[in-house]
Design a protein around this ligand. Structure first.
Ligand SMILES: NC(=O)C1=CN([C@@H]2O[C@H](COP(=O)(O)OP(=O)(O)OC[C@H]3O[C@@H](n4cnc5c(N)ncnc54)[C@H](O)[C@@H]3O)[C@@H](O)[C@H]2O)[C@@H](O)CC1
Ligand SMILES: [K+]
Length: 471
């Protein structure tokens, strides 16, 4: 079921801190901690049979949640041991919940950790501020089955980077909203099953922080569905520049556009038009010059780059920019250190290698890098990968997890370009087209019957994928 946009918000640890502080005005922190502990315990009871449990508690509120889980599991009859990785501050809320633990405390759990059925990682959560030290790393390395509270210790909540070491959790229970680090790689690989639980914090508190990041799921966009009054021009026209030598890319983009529901697809061929005309009776292959094509005011959406040589891009892209059409730029447009070339495009879709070629190394994390590139170029940036990041020049970011490695096939990027162009031609904004396009691309992969689809197989599923994105 489509979610509300506010449910898709991803909060950085510092934004979550703001929310926690706001929530604490009406609900005491100790109560929030109890609620968090309850939430984690319930998820454990749903999934695991009673077994021996070791709860590793850190010095902060994450540790506090751990003490509550220990108490509740022990109450349910499970054999529970606690190790305080660091002592909580005296008279703090954490110290109070720690004081309520009357069961076994093990000061050195190195010999136990391999033997227990389950390890609860309550060492660090949102407060992680440096790499895990060797002692904690060596201990965690021995854990076999881990449930993480909030986030596996060592995964940075904002960037998904691993701070020294992190355990591979089977289950992570987080609170209120997920964090970017749950979905960004490499963090995502450490989280296991992710469950987001309500712990009594009102959604209204979201207004106390400026949410700029969302999970890329239906709810972030509104896609037009079939209307009785539709005609081909109302569904939108996509124009694609076809290379003179590498002709497959434009054809794949064009097929994807038609299958996603474009009303009309033109190919403007830079070399011989024949190979394009022969490939499908549904394409219109331009016979006239680019200038004449651009005079048609209905042709506002152009794909430029797939299958184009650098010299072809250098000739065509400035003309498209000058004509003020909306451009989805990919592949051939990504030339060494040439970010200036991209100004005037609407959406760019580089993979990591192309991104680095244009913008240089990713100094921080993918989200910051994509945001910066979006501000620099004025384009919506789709930084492609297993954790595709979509960034808008106004600072909005979406992180996509709705994709599988089925998409890692030749021509898959050309397919994505055609999908995004079609959505843009249907009247969606650049941001919505990019977000929805990335999701539909992933969905088309999931809908493939066989596990090793070609780009043409993906195209077959685009109509259904679009319908699913509109639900
Ligand atoms: N604040 C609230 O209202 C709530 C917070 N909750 C929990 O509280 C957590 C956040 O609590 P905190 O802000 O106390 O943060 P943490 O519990 O994550 O830990 C913070 C403490 O650990 C230290 N630390 C961080 N990284 C370290 C490292 N690598 N090595 C050694 N020490 C390190 C910090 O200096 C600080 O003293 C959340 O992850 C969540 O689990 C929940 O209890 C729900 C309510
Ligand atoms: K944790």
């Amino acid at each position: 079921m489509t979610k509300q946009i506010s449910e898709l918000a991803l909060l950085t640890p510092s934004q979550m801190n703001d929310i926690d502080r706001e929530a604490a005005k009406t609900t005491p922190v100790i109560q929030l901690m109890e609620n968090a502990g309850w939430a984690v315990t319930r998820e454990i009871l749903k999934r695991y049979k009673p077994c021996s449990v070791l709860v590793l508690c850190g010095p902060g509120n994450n540790g506090g949640d751990g003490y509550v889980v220990a108490r509740l599991l022990a109450k349910a009859g499970w054999p529970v041991y606690v190790t305080a990785i660091a002592k909580p501050k005296m008279r703090s809320d954490v110290a109070r919940v720690a004081g309520q633990w009357t069961g076994t405390v093990i000061s050195n759990s190195a010999s136990y950790i391999e033997k227990v059925g389950l390890v609860i990682d309550a060492i660090f959560g949102a407060g992680l501020n440096k790499a895990l030290d060797l002692e904690i790393t060596n201990l965690l390395r021995k854990a076999k089955h881990v449930v993480a509270i909030d986030i596996p210790s060592g995964v940075h909540g904002e960037t998904g980077q691993i701070m020294g070491y992190a355990p591979h959790a089977e289950l992570t229970v987080t609170f209120f909203r997920a964090k970017p680090g749950h979905y960004l790689l490499p963090g995502r690989e450490y989280v296991g099953e992710l469950v987001v639980k309500d712990i009594g914090i009102s959604s209204n508190t979201l207004s106390k922080t400026s949410t700029r990041c969302w999970l890329n799921e239906p709810g972030l966009w509104k896609i037009p569905t079939h209307e009785i009054t539709d005609y081909k021009y109302s569904r939108g026209i996509v124009s694609i520049v076809g290379g003179s030598q590498m002709t497959g890319a434009a054809k794949l983009s064009a097929h994807a556009a038609l299958n996603t529901g474009a009303g009309l697809v033109h190919i403007f061929a830079l070399g011989s038009a024949d190979c394009y005309s022969a490939s499908s009776p549904c394409f219109i292959v331009d016979k006239d010059s680019l200038e004449i094509a651009l005079q048609d005011s209905r042709r506002k959406i152009w794909v430029c780059g797939p299958g184009l040589l650098p010299e072809e891009v250098n000739e065509i892209l400035p003309k498209l920019v000058a004509a003020k059409v909306k451009i989805i730029a990919d592949a051939g447009v990504f030339q060494s250190n040439q970010s200036e070339l991209l100004k005037g495009a609407s959406i760019i879709t580089p993979h990591i290698g192309e991104f680095k070629r244009v913008f240089g190394d990713i100094e921080e994390d993918k989200v910051s890098a994509a945001r910066l590139a979006a501000q620099q170029t004025g384009c919506v940036v789709v930084l492609k990968g297993a954790d595709t990041v979509i960034a808008s020049p106004d600072g909005r970011v979406a992180i996509n997890q709705h994709a599988s490695s089925q998409l890692a096939t030749a021509g898959s990027g050309d397919t994505l370009t055609g999908i995004i162009a079609t959505l843009l031609a249907s009247g969606l904004s650049e941001w919505e087209s990019a977000c929805a396009g990335v999701w539909i691309h992933g969905e088309a992969g999931f809908l493939c019957e066989h596990s090793w689809p070609t780009a043409e197989d993906l195209a077959q599923n685009l109509g259904n994928a679009r319908d699913n994105a509109a639900r």
